[in-house]
Design a protein around this ligand. Sequence first.
Ligand code: AMP
Ligand code: GLY
Length: 414
Amino acid sequence: MTRCVVVGSGAREHALAWGLAKSADVLVTPGNPGIAAHGLTCVDTPATQLDADLFVIGPELLLTRGLANELRDQGKLVLGPGRDGAQLEASKAYMKEFLHDAGVPTANFGIFDAPDEAYDFLRTMTPPYVIKTDGLAAGKGVLVTHDFTEACADVRDKLSGNAFGDAGTTIVIEEGLDGEECSLLVLCDGQRAVPLVPAQDFKRVGENDTGANTGGMGAYAPMETMSEADVALVMASIVAPTLDELRRRRIDFRGVLYAGVMMSSHGPKLLEYNVRFGDPETEVLVPLYGADLYELLSSVASGELDVVPATNGKCAVTVVLSSHGYPESPRTGDVIDGLGVDGQLALPIEDVTIFHAGTSRDGHGRFLTNGGRVLAVTAVGDTLVQARERAYAAAEQITFDGRVMRHDIARSAN
Ligand code: AMP
Ligand code: GLY
């Protein structure tokens, strides 16, 4: 059987490994205790010392540091862009300039590293104000506010390095956009680009999109308000000019180009690019692409993507359980009830899979919370309503002190 290495340690990598294991031998490095309990092999050996037919890299930080370059230099087949392509996510200032050069519709913006100029720019804007750290901040570096004083305080905090260290000492300020948000994950083989079904992520920690931005509190797919025509429009107006610009810059992008899109009343606008599978979007997408995942990802990595992948026609919902204090100061070490020794539901529910994001095990084999996002509870159904019911029934079975979850994931979907 073909062998595949998945690099990373979160629920995204758990979902990828679980999906790929339907048609390949999978090793995860380093993985986590929940992935191992699920019967998937986790090893501590660095990816560069492993051998496999395909390497799938999860986290943006590793891509930014050039892991894909290193593996390709060793002659390996890799899903994930090199350092050059990863810049699209590593620096929002770079991304915005790239979009400008490419002619991709996006929010108007300014780039600043000095507070006074930033305050002057804010004074010219109508609220909401959107302030973003330039560098990587695990989805937490964005403030959207109507309050001018809060906006100025955030500028000061970020530019001083207090809020996000060096990742924040350059900021992007941009106009606020209104509309429905969509995560369109596009497979790119260096030449061609093919979208997966649109997904929606729930970024705020609180119900009805209130509170701080997080890495993502839940997701569902397909997103029924995105028609095929909408997806085609995003591909034509956003992704196609991006591919042209990548070519112009001689960037051979082989991996997942994740377009965070606002479907505004003035047409689709790009909020951000990520250069990898989204988390928790991956947890809802992998279960929809059945047993063909290995073939599909391998064709992307080798530059031979010649199919438009079909889903199994089902719907998926993920509810994230996070720990007390997430996202500001997550507490770890709380005992999790409701899981069996395999890290799955102690009382199984049809078509439910628990992907582990941040868990550890104690000497008694119990699972403990070990991160901000703890578990991604995922259910598949014939309809979104069925998937959502199953996901929440499963989520309710799993308890720990301080558990935080949103109750409105995919609530508007029918
Ligand atoms: P980003 O990391 O750039 O995707 O931003 C995180 C979240 O902040 C997005 O998913 C949006 O919900 C929100 N956001 C970012 N940019 C804007 C904008 N220009 N207007 C309104 N909301 C935004
Ligand atoms: N779900 C947002 C992200 O993966 O960055």
